[in-house]
Design a protein. Structure first.
Length: 117
């Protein structure tokens, strides 16, 4: 059973930066596709970024050039560096992991990011 635990959320002013981290339990982290999603109040959960086992990354258009996803397979962690934050980035951010061959993917409990002056 995989557990994903996020950390690093908080309150930041517009234009500021935050770094989110997600730690995964279990084995075979290196083969998983890891990602970040977010959900703002009253809105559906949306894709932010992911990184596959080869290191290839994908980003939502709304965060391209501002956010960077990275992984450390030795530590079983995936990070999301968020720069030039905007009020519209305010949301609960969720870590997601998918292991090939599994029927389901896994979610963390979420961490709140609030961008406000």
């Amino acid at each position: 059973q995989v557990q994903l635990v996020e950390s690093g959320g908080g309150l930041v002013q517009p234009g500021g930066s935050l770094r989110l981290s997600c730690a995964a339990s279990g084995n075979s982290f290196s083969i998983a596709t890891m990602g970040w999603y977010r959900q703002a109040p009253g809105k559906p959960r949306e894709f932010v970024a992911n990184i596959v086992s080869t290191g290839h990354t994908n980003y939502a258009d709304s965060v391209k050039g501002r956010f960077t996803i990275s992984r450390d397979n030795a530590k079983n962690t995936v990070d999301l560096q968020m720069n030039s934050l905007k009020p519209e980035d305010t949301a609960v951010y969720y870590c997601n992991g998918y292991w090939p061959g599994n029927r389901y993917d896994y979610w963390g409990q979420g961490t709140q990011v609030t961008v406000s002056s």
